[in-house]
Design a protein around this ligand. Structure first.
Ligand SMILES: [Zn+2]
Length: 580
């Protein structure tokens, strides 16, 4: 014993996650140092805190300790108990450590027991402890998962509630019992509404991030891998856009985890479906929905790109008519200039001989005179789309599902009351698998139906009284609607300064085809003697033409694919609804 008493022992301190650092167990482990020293050994501390590898090859500190032992720098190993030394479910790492200790005549110190592993009794006891540690590990895991799967059969649950949700605790029937129930988080309702609005109106997720920050909504702090994050990221927004819980479908399970890794073996033990695959737990929870499936799909489509690029700052002047106007002199596009103005893109070059300048309110006043026609073209198209959408009666799948569920119930009854044979049990299994597949199909159809119903509502807005909606809009919102309806707008003018007159020369309707030349246009002029109107702009007078048929050349485009227009119809509908 005297030779051993002079030895240095490596003391292994470890915790499974950083969250446990600093708790009482870690302190107890640190107490191992005085304990080992009290036995008459020198010590060297090996701190494995925070690492979580279950595989010895990934336990860097432990490997370093074993290396030091192999080189003779330490003569043994100490840990609070065997459980702390080994951490894989088969106790293999404990065995590896034991083998080296035996080979190199080392000793193993645990609190209350020092093992000399060359001694058969000590080795047996140690191996038994390793096995127990592995079993212990598995049984803790199994108990944990068994509880989770049991709850999953009954309904949705959160391990960690996603943004907008919380776990509500209500007292159960037994005293001291708490029932956990996932629910929407009312404290985050305003934030979720702002988020939905931002998804609607922002062009990129980068902008959504800034919009949320500007609106004063910090992201509720979440802990991920030990780090607390409380700011919005494009990444986290994408996760929200993809997560079906936000449109009322809670789903968990399947063959892979979100990070692509295989699921743990507990799934094979507790959660297999009739075909032997990992179960998918799926619940329809409309009370969880923050938006419709159709909305989600629309946003997923809109933010599809993975290049979110630099965030473009919202400019002070929004220039909603960008891309709508062309210079009457050179035909080039007009760009924004000043708060209410547009100018020929070539105004600084010699390309254009007479670069045109236009004020937004004058353009809008002139476009207003042909708005009716353009809106009715959009309404025609909306009607054609509407006719193609069938919000269908229950599908063949839904009917078959109902039938199979009925049969399955009868079969189950027979099995219970009469007792069945192997064939019947197999039949029941097959039936259940078929039912599960159909359920998925029917749920998809329901999503589809919901999307169609949503679209119908959108089209309705364009088909009925769009002008009334238009009148409700602010000047800028009206300009947006104009931009959605018109392109290649050319405005003619003559006269100088106060005597200037403007009229609509030609334009294209986005829902029509070809260029419309206005033969007998309305003419706008600024009234110099009148007081300034809204926004401090000079009052404008628009005189109707002397001839009745002001506009000709309209023709609805019948060749275009209706689906090409869906997106722009939705946009138009949104723009019209902006005031409400
Ligand atoms: Zn020009």
């Amino acid at each position: 014993m005297t030779s051993v008493a002079l030895a240095t022992i490596g003391v292994l301190v470890r915790n499974s996650t950083s969250r446990q650092v600093g708790n009482s167990r870690s302190e107890a482990q640190a107490d191992m140092v005085p304990y080992v020293e009290s036995l008459g050994f020198g010590t060297r501390l090996y701190d494995e805190q925070g690492t979580s590898g279950s595989d010895l090859a990934r336990r860097k500190v432990t490997l370093r300790m074993l290396d030091d032992h192999r080189r003779g720098e330490i003569q043994g190993i100490a840990a609070l108990d065997v459980k702390r030394l080994t951490r894989d479910q088969f106790g293999i790492d404990g065995g590896q450590i034991a083998k080296q200790l035996v080979d190199l005549d080392g000793i193993l110190v645990t609190f209350g027991k020092t093992y000399d592993l060359r001694d058969e009794d000590d080795l047996l006891q140690f191996q038994f402890q390793c096995m127990l540690a592995g079993i212990d590990w598995r049984s803790i895991r199994n108990t944990f998962w068994q509880g989770i799967f049991k709850r999953l059969e009954k309904g949705p649950m959160f391990v960690r509630p996603p943004l907008g949700y919380m776990t509500e605790y209500t007292p159960g029937e037994r005293p001291g019992q708490l029932i956990k129930r996932p629910t929407q988080n009312p404290d985050q309702a305003a934030m979720m509404a702002e988020l939905a609005d931002a998804f609607d109106s922002c062009a990129t997720l980068g902008r959504v991030v800034h919009r949320m920050a500007d609106a004063g909504y910090a992201r509720p702090p979440t802990r991920y891998r030990g780090e607390v994050s409380d700011h919005w990221t494009v990444q986290s927004l994408r996760y929200i856009l993809e997560n079906s819980i936000y449109w009322g479908i809670w789903e968990f399970g399947g063959p892979k985890r979100k990070n692509g890794q295989k699921r743990s073996v507990v799934w094979y033990k507790y959660a297999r479906d009739a075909t032997g695959n990992n179960k998918v737990y799926r619940f329809e929870v409309p009370e969880f929905a923050y938006w419709t499936p159709a909305k989600a799909r629309q946003w997923q489509e809109k933010f599809k790109t993975t290049h979110d690029g630099p965030v473009i700052r919202e400019r002070k002047h929004s220039h909603p008519l960008l891309g709508t106007l062309v210079c009457v002199a050179c035909g080039g596009p007009m760009i924004g200039a000043g708060p209410d103005g547009y100018v020929c893109r070539h105004h600084r070059t010699s390309v254009c001989t007479r670069p045109q300048k236009l004020a937004e309110h004058i353009v809008c006043a002139l476009l207003r005179t042909v708005l009716d026609g353009a809106l009715s073209l959009a309404a025609d198209l909306a009607e054609r789309v509407e006719r193609q959408i069938s919000v269908s009666a229950p599908s063949a799948n839904a009917l078959e599902l109902a039938h199979l569920q009925e049969r399955s119930k009868e079969l189950a009854k027979t099995l219970v009351w009469v007792g069945g044979n192997q064939d019947m049990a197999e039949e029941a299994g097959r039936l259940q698998a078929k039912i599960d597949r159909l359920k998925e199909l029917v749920a998809d159809e329901e999503t589809e139906r919901q999307a169609s119903a949503d679209l119908l509502e959108t089209l309705e807005r364009i088909r009925h009284a769009p002008l009334d909606l238009f009148e409700e809009l602010s000047a800028e919102q009206q300009a947006r609607v104009h931009a959605l309806l018109f392109k290649s707008v050319r405005i003619g003018y003559e006269g100088r300064a106060g005597a200037r007159r403007w009229w609509l020369e030609s334009f294209e309707s986005k829902y029509g085809s070809g260029t419309v030349h206005v033969l007998h246009p309305h003419v706008a002029r600024v009234l110099p003697w009148a007081a300034s109107g809204r926004l401090g702009l000079p009052s404008l007078r628009v005189d109707p033409p002397g001839v009745a048929d002001a506009v000709n050349g309209f023709s609805a485009d019948s060749n275009g694919q209706i689906s090409d227009y869906l997106c722009s119809l939705r946009e138009l509908s949104r723009a019209l609804a902006a005031a409400s």
